[in-house]
Design a binder for this molecule. Structure first.
Ligand code: AHR
Length: 497
């Protein structure tokens, strides 16, 4: 089959905020304990951080990590995680019904972030706690010295403020499962007042207010409107969360989820713009897609997990080749909305629905989804360019027309290169693509990588990295026109200079 892709260097979607490649570390499952922190592990450093895990995280170039939850944050007492470790309380953790030892807390997280070269995105508890605790935590983290909370931080070994810029006002407060779940009205008011107080403490911070937990929530839409009517002038981002799965084992429908994700982003963008108009505000609300990923492999089996374990093996989805294809497509979607989505957190990072897995006392290893995320995080920085597609489509009920090829191009000003990310969703046919580049002189192809040809259910394991991208010569360059062959069901990264 044939397709056309046209890119013009001057037709920009927008500058890509590098925080599009952020991630998420929640106190749940084996994410923290046995994940990033395992003092007895042979690779652990003096602070108990597994260096094999840190190395895999560094290689993803993650600019920012959301912490400490997730559902966890809505019952969390952040003071439990500071001060001498031997004095920290062991608690019942109610969100995941686990035991929390608090051996890893705020300081450990901040030190670990520094080691792997990431910033923190801190969430405050608006479930069981409120305005006062949010201000105390912010003062502890960001105020220099001379007050109770800032001096306590210094006493606990951190002389300089942590200077955390980005803060989440709670987590998924629309969800009945959330500890301290609220109506839109209740949350809107609380978020408004908390935002005001936090910005009094530190006017330089940025705030993310909770949108819906997912698009199918019964209150979706109304929730966003109500919350924004209260908070519009006090916050900087509205959050989106969404996880996808292939429970129906229908690859065509599964790969269409990236189009559904795009529709979701567009709807939320439209709601923000509607409220901007209502408020006659100059401010354009930006989006923080601070939980996105694939989550379905363990939904049933996790129900069998015993309660009240320390570091229970929860949400340990093992990802397949088809999951990696969808993950790449979702990254294309995020880039296509780079004008409004400024933050996106792949949820999560280690062991819990994660690109990185660890064995207790054993190795750390990369899941299939690690690779497309790594490639886009490396090459998807700069300016997202509008990419015109001429290609056939198929139809998925409830979503609409799904083009067989999806693609976006990124211009990297530093080295003046173009990177084309493309997916071929066709199950049997290779796609002969004519790629035309305008307003950019193509001198050559720097590389072309493909993830293709695997069994849809192929996985990686601790012993074998089977599903990995390969360099291929699937192109022919003639002047400004590049002929590309995209294999059926393939994820592709082509770099031009
Ligand atoms: O990422 C796992 C969970 O998914 C988070 O704790 C919650 O915010 C979401 O429902």
């Amino acid at each position: 089959m044939k397709a056309g892709i046209k890119v013009n260097r001057q037709q920009e979607i927008g500058i890509i905020d590098e925080r599009l490649y952020s991630s998420f570390l929640e106190h749940m499952g084996r994410a923290v304990y046995e994940g990033v922190y395992e003092p007895s592990h042979k690779t652990s450093d003096g602070e108990g951080f597994r260096q094999d895990v840190s190395t895999l995280c560094q290689a993803l170039k993650i600019p920012m990590i959301r912490y400490p939850g997730g559902n966890f944050v809505s019952g969390y007492e952040w003071q439990d995680g500071i001060g001498p470790k031997e004095q920290r309380p062991v608690r019942l953790e109610l969100a995941w019904q686990s035991i929390e030892t608090n051996q890893f807390g705020l300081h450990e997280f901040m030190n670990w972030c520094q080691k792997i070269g990431s910033q923190a995105m801190m969430a405050v508890n608006l479930g069981t706690r409120g305005i006062s605790e949010a201000r105390n935590l912010l003062e502890y983290c960001n105020f220099s010295s001379g007050t109770y909370w800032s001096d306590l931080r210094r006493k606990n070994g951190q002389e300089e403020p942590f200077a955390i810029k980005t803060w989440c006002l709670g987590n998924e407060m629309d969800g009945p499962w959330q500890i301290g779940h609220k109506t839109a009205e209740e949350y809107g008011r609380l978020a408004e007042e908390t935002a005001k107080v936090m910005k009094l403490v530190d006017p330089t911070i940025e705030l993310v207010v909770c949108g819906s937990s997912f698009r199918e929530m019964p209150t979706y839409g109304e929730w966003e409107q109500t919350v924004l009517r209260h908070t519009y002038e006090h916050v900087d981002y509205l959050s989106l969360h969404q996880y996808y799965g292939n429970q129906e084992d229908d690859i065509g429908k599964y790969l269409a989820r990236a189009v559904e994700m795009s529709q979701f982003i567009q709807e939320v963008t439209d709601i923000c713009d509607q409220i901007q108009k209502e408020k006659q505000s100059d401010k354009q609300m930006m989006l923080s897609f601070d939980e996105w990923n694939i989550w379905y492999h363990t939904l049933e089996s996790d129900k069998e997990q015993a309660l009240w374990q320390e570091a229970p093996p929860l949400l340990q989805d093992i990802y397949t080749f088809e999951d990696a294809l969808l993950l790449g497509s979702m990254l294309i979607t995020l880039l296509k909305h780079a004008d409004r989505v400024k933050i996106a957190c792949l949820a999560q990072l280690v062991n819990v629905i994660a690109p990185i897995m660890t064995e207790k006392e054993g190795p750390a290893w990369k899941q299939t989804i690690y690779y497309p995320f790594q490639q886009v995080s490396h090459y998807g920085r700069g300016v997202a360019l509008a990419t015109e597609l001429a290609v056939d489509h198929y139809v998925v009920e409830g979503i609409g027309e799904i083009p067989f090829v999806d693609s976006v191009t990124v211009y990297q000003p530093d080295d003046q290169t173009l990177t084309i990310f493309a997916i071929n969703r066709h199950q049997t046919s290779a796609m002969e693509v004519e790629l035309v580049v305008e307003e950019f002189v193509v001198e050559g192809v720097m590389g072309s990588s493909e993830l293709a040809g695997y069994d849809l259910k192929a996985i990686n394991t601790k012993d074998q990295q089977r599903v990995v991208p390969c360099e291929v010569e699937n192109y022919y360059l003639e002047g400004q026109s590049l002929q590309l062959t995209l294999a059926p069901l393939s994820w592709n990264v082509i770099r031009l200079k």
